[in-house]
Design a protein around this ligand. Structure first.
Ligand SMILES: Cc1cc2nc3c(=O)[nH]c(=O)nc-3n(C[C@H](O)[C@H](O)[C@H](O)COP(=O)(O)OP(=O)(O)OC[C@H]3O[C@@H](n4cnc5c(N)ncnc54)[C@H](O)[C@@H]3O)c2cc1C
Length: 318
């Protein structure tokens, strides 16, 4: 069996999610190749080889200078026709799912998104995440070439070094494929981001106001993390949507999520459930977040959060 992994990057900055896809691809058995689109991604070849890509196919084309779903999808379709892999794997990020959907439509193949478990045989048996993570669905996939994405954060990336031969791959792209191309982007603020932070302090409606987030900011800063929030908070205009955790926000996977005054509605939970440990601070011991958390403090967050920060500082001698 041969598996082709579509690598995600932004102007050459490799998406860590692609290393999860490579790790998942290795577990299917058979030889794993990687496909990078655009010259900017060439520099990632060594990292891809370290994560098990026996061959890195590099596609260069003017239309691939920046991300565009149509040009990327058509490039993947042409790569599949040229290389004839048994399976194509990408990470189930927005871009990964968009590109494979584009490729699947062009190849007239089925596509299974956001898989958490894959049993590879002639027919694949798959568990996949549906409805924003609130449902796990089991399905089978029988297509000759199997197109799947792996649910983000469902696999921990690991290395498996190979020599990683680099091979150019030519594609023929019509200028009409440039209809949708990223031309501007908001520069990410310096420091850790919500999606990659090792620690997130989340605040919900229980925080009460925009100003009342200050103690949560202090705790996050003390622990080298960032502040997130629920949709009740963004709906109230207390924080920007970029801070929202959940189905319609960011999916987080920190080592510790400290959820303060958040009830744990399913739409919030699906964005938080990949956290390795959760500490809930809530006045309601029956709140969903409390019953699902690894640790809970039942109490008023306005007292508990400053007390935690003060204790950390005391122990650090600050
Ligand atoms: C289509 C759709 C998409 C959605 N997407 C998202 C999403 O991406 N993210 C998201 O978060 N929500 C999302 N929601 C909204 C979601 O359903 C909930 O309404 C929302 O998560 C509730 O936010 P909350 O937990 O902050 O507020 P509440 O549910 O009101 O909970 C507040 C909690 O604070 C506790 N509390 C109150 N005062 C204190 C205090 N002083 N100290 C400690 N605890 C206190 C309460 O006991 C309660 O548990 C979505 C909804 C829909 C319909």
């Amino acid at each position: 069996m041969s598996v082709l992994v579509v690598v995600e990057h932004d102007r050459g900055a490799l998406a860590p999610a692609s290393l999860e896809a490579l790790t998942a691809a290795r577990s299917l058995g058979g030889e794993v190749h990687a496909l990078t689109l655009g010259a900017a991604a060439d520099a990632s070849a060594a990292v891809l080889a370290a994560h098990g890509a026996a061959v890195v196919h590099q596609v260069h084309h003017d239309l691939l200078a920046d991300y565009g779903p149509e040009a990327w999808g058509e490039s993947v379709a042409q790569a599949v026709r040229a290389l004839q892999p048994d399976a194509v794997v990408a990470c189930g990020t927005d871009r990964g799912n968009e590109v494979l959907a584009q490729a699947a439509a062009r190849l007239d193949l089925p596509f299974v998104a956001n898989c958490t478990e894959i049993g590879a045989g002639d027919t694949w048996t798959i568990t996949r995440v549906r409805w924003g993570g609130s449902l796990l669905e089991q399905c089978t996939l029988t297509a000759a070439t199997k197109l799947v994405t792996v649910a983000h954060h469902s696999v921990e990336a690991s290395e498996s070094p190979t020599a990683g031969a680099v091979q150019p791959l030519a594609v023929d792209l019509d200028p009409s494929l440039a209809r949708t191309v990223v031309c501007e982007r908001v520069e990410r603020a310096a420091g850790v981001t919500l999606g990659t932070a090792p620690l997130v302090v989340g605040g919900g409606r229980g925080v009460g106001s925009a100003e009342a987030f200050a103690p949560l900011e202090e705790l996050a800063t003390e622990l080298g993390g960032v502040v997130g929030c629920s949709r009740a908070v963004t709906n109230n205009g207390w924080r920007n949507h970029t801070d929202q955790v959940g189905q319609t926000g960011t999916r987080i996977a920190p080592d510790l999520y400290i959820a303060c005054g958040i009830s744990g509605a399913i739409q919030h939970w699906v964005g938080a459930m990949a956290s390795k440990k959760i500490l809930a601070i809530n006045t309601d011991r029956e709140a969903n977040m409390v019953t699902k958390a690894d640790y809970a403090v039942i109490g008023d967050l306005h007292k508990v959060v400053p007390a935690i920060t003060a204790e950390i500082r005391r122990r650090r001698g600050g």
